[in-house]
Design a binder for this molecule. Sequence first.
Ligand code: PMP
Length: 319
Amino acid sequence: MSERVVYLNGSVVPEGEAKVSVFDRGFTSGDAVYEVTRSFAHKLFRLDSHVDRLRRSLAYTRIDCGLSADQLQRLSEDVFERNLHLLGEYDDYLVWNIISRGERPPSPNRHATVVTYCVPVPSANFARTYFDGVTVITPATRRIPTQSLESRAKIANKMNHMMAKFEAQQAGPDAVPLMLDIDGNITETDLANFFFVAGGKLCTPLARNVLGGITREVVIELADRLGIEVAEGIYTPYDVYMADEAFTTGTSETISPVRSFNGSPIGAKLPGPVTLNLIKAWNDLVGVDIVARAIMNLGDNERADLMVEWDKRCATLEA
Ligand code: PMP
C-alpha cells in the first residue's frame, strides 16, 4: 500500500476514503478534543503521557469515546505501525487522535467520532528555526481565561489562538503570538509553551494558565537533571525583555530558540547556551540529534552548510 491508512470509528481505511459527516459536532461546533504524539527515529515518544492527557481532556469535556486508556494507546501504536513502511529514513510521524462528541440531529448516530491518523513531521519547514530563532509578538487578543475554558484540556477549537496568530503575523509571516492572560501575564503561544532564562534560572508560566505541554514537562525534567533551577511563576512581558535567552516547546519542533520579543532581540547567540544544553539533553534522551534529523530533510544545497553550522554551534558549548 502506498497510501497511509486512518482509523475511523472501528475501521482502518485508506486516508483518501476516511470521511466524517457534515453533521459531526467537531465540524459544526468545534466540539472535540485532540492529541498529537511524535516519533523520534521511528519510535513513539511518551505515548503514555499523551494518552493520559487525552483521557483528561475527554473527562473534562464529558465526551465518552467508549475506549479505555489501554485501547487508546494500542490504537495509536497500531495506526503508527501500519504506516511506518511509508516513512523515509530521516522522517518521523505525528500521530493525531481526534475525538468529537459525534453527530447532531438529523443524523441518527449518537456515538463519538474517533479518528487516528499519521502525518509526517514537517521538519523541512522548521529546520532553519534552530538557527534563526522564532520572532515572538504579544497580540492584543488575550488567552481565554482558564475560568472560562480550562487551558489544560487540549480542545480542538483553536480560534482564540488563531486570532492571536493572525495579529502576530502583522509583524511578519513567521511571527508567533505569545498570548497574555486577562491580567497581562504571559501564557503560551498558539502552538507551544514558553520558557525564558534569567539569571541562570529557567522560568516558565504557571501550569494553571497554559496547556500542560508534554514537551514542557520533559524539558523541566531535563533541566532538573542538568541542575538548572526551574521557576514556574507569574511573569509579564517586562520579564521577557530582561531575559538572557528564550525558547518555545512543542511536540513537533521540540525546542525552538526565540530570536526577538516585540522587536527586541533576546540573547547573543542562537540557540543560547541553556537552550543548546537542553536540546543536547533531549537528543541524549531520544537517541537522535533532532536538529541534524530536521536538516537531513532539507534540499541537498542547504543540508551540507547547515550541518557544518550546527556542528560549530554545538562546539561553542563544549569550548
Ligand atoms: N500550548 C498550546 C496552545 C498547544 O497547542 C501546544 C501543542 N499542542 C502546546 C502548548 C505544547 O504542547 P505539547 O508539548 O504537548 O505539544
